[in-house]
Design a protein around this ligand. Structure first.
Ligand SMILES: [Mn+2]
Length: 325
């Protein structure tokens, strides 16, 4: 039996966990209402169960379901930012996009179309992947809605600006090169954060720099500290419309083992969340969290980390919208 809880101000909030246990009932993100249970939503959470673009371990098609399960323990007040994200504005879970697992081109078109449909009423979109291929159609939709190329903060162990794998243009290692080629990114304001690990050659970095990317490596975060990194990122982004893409493999495998291409030497979940909180007030027009592959997870470590990253991203979006209203 599901009960509706109305927050001060009239928005429908999460299910009351003092009345219905957290582990009971359907797993919407953070036990929020489904989109069809509310009149409209300011922030929509959507899953993209797609992993046909991966180069190594498959399984991210089950990521959104896993993150929803791990999000049951989230609570409605975010003390780190003094924000009640679900009371401020209406947040709802829009379910999953139905994407073709056998045809990447068709899947990309479906994701782009669905993202545009979900944001047609002005809603903000928080997407849970899925592998990183999905960032390309999500960026296309975000740039179209913004009416201009968007700034990008890309949290990842990898550059994801490679040209091709096995001759394929659209994979989870190529979305940001394609996005630069398509002119949907503001190349004055695009950065990778948390990269590390071996590359194919120095050319990878030279190509990436030519595209306009700035890089804050995982080691930079350790050596410079969160506040200094945040200052650099904020200066780079300025007041541009900003898309944030988080590959969960940006975290060390100790914090996120359940992912497709893990690399040693990553940042902690504490550093990740603190960097996100430092981005408060930036004009976030969309975000994704991708590459959660539950088959390799242990004790829900990756699911919990990803659900908290989503929670802080939603808090930033909610705060932004509440301050504008
Ligand atoms: Mn990636």
């Amino acid at each position: 039996m599901e009960e509706i809880r109305v927050e001060e101000g009239g928005n429908v909030g999460p299910i009351d966990s003092s009345q219905i246990p957290r582990y009971a009932g359907a797993a919407t993100y953070a036990r929020l209402p489904r989109l069809d249970q509310v009149e409209s939503a300011d922030i929509k959470i959507v899953g993209v169960p797609f992993d046909t673009g991966v180069s190594y371990r498959p399984g991210a098609r089950f990521g959104a379901t896993h993150v929803r399960e791990a999000s049951r323990l989230l609570r409605p007040y975010n003390p780190a930012m003094d924000v009640s994200p679900f009371a401020n504005v209406q947040v709802a879970d829009a379910g999953d996009m139905a994407v073709n697992p056998f045809n990447i081109d068709e899947a990309i078109a479906t994701i782009q179309r669905n993202a545009l449909e979900l944001t047609a009423d002005g809603a903000s979109l928080m997407t849970i992947g899925g592998d990183h291929t999905i960032a390309l159609p999500l960026l296309r939709a975000a740039a179209e809605r913004a009416g201009q190329p968007v700034a990008l903060l890309h949290f990842d162990a990898h550059l994801d600006t490679w040209d091709t794998y096995f001759g394929a243009d659209y994979t989870h290692g190529t979305p940001f090169r394609r996005a630069v080629e398509e002119g949907i990114l503001d190349t004055e304001a695009i950065s990778h954060v948390g990269t590390r690990g071996p590359l194919y050659g120095k050319k990878d970095l030279d190509d990436d720099e030519r595209m306009g990317f700035g890089i804050i490596t995982s080691a930079d975060i350790f050596r410079r500290g969160v506040d200094d990194v945040v200052a650099t990122l904020r200066e780079r982004v300025g007041d541009r419309p900003l898309y944030i893409s988080v590959d969960i493999d940006v975290l060390d495998p100790a914090h996120a083992p359940g992912t497709g291409t893990p690399e040693a030497g990553g940042m902690t979940s504490r550093e990740m969340l603190e960097i996100l909180r430092g981005l408060r007030g930036l004009d976030i027009v969309g975000a994704d969290v991708v590459e959660v592959a539950p088959a390799y997870d242990h004790a829900e470590l990756t699911g919990v980390a990803a659900s908290h990253v989503c929670y802080d991203l939603i808090t930033l979006m909610s705060d932004l919208r509440a301050n504008r209203a």
